[in-house]
Write a protein that binds this ligand. Structure first.
Ligand code: SF4
Ligand code: SF4
Length: 107
């Protein structure tokens, strides 16, 4: 079992989640974060920390967002590890809650 970062993180990237992860398994892309499923220990600490409610347990992914399971796995292989909180993206307030942001995902 792993936790998964989903659509609402895209273009927000608050990064509160990385501070609480005991195994430092978050990885950062240009406008999104992902969790490495092989490193996640399923502790659930990150889920309530996300201001965008973008983190879900693998078995509780909202309908229509299942593709994020594979995306987290794939992108965590090539993106850089992030362990400290940084500023959210400039327009995070505007984008928080907008549906279907996967079309803006930068790799
Ligand atoms: S706290 Fe939520 S929105 Fe922020 S980087 Fe983590 S998953 Fe993305
Ligand atoms: S569930 Fe725990 S181990 Fe997995 S990403 Fe969240 S904080 Fe890290």
């Amino acid at each position: 079992m792993t936790f998964v970062v989903t659509d609402n993180c895209i273009l927000c990237k608050y990064t509160d989640c990385v501070e609480v992860c005991p195994v430092d398994c978050f990885y950062e892309g240009p406008n999104f974060l992902v969790i490495n499923p092989d490193e996640c220990i399923d502790c659930a600490l990150c889920e309530p920390e996300c201001p965008a409610n973008a983190i879900f347990s693998e078995d509780e992914i909202p309908a229509g967002q299942e593709e994020f399971i594979k995306l987290n796995e794939e992108l965590s292989q090539s993106w850089a590890n992030i362990t400290e909180k940084k500023d959210a993206m400039i327009d995070h307030k505007k984008w928080d809650g907008v549906a279907g942001k996967i079309q803006y995902l930068e790799r």
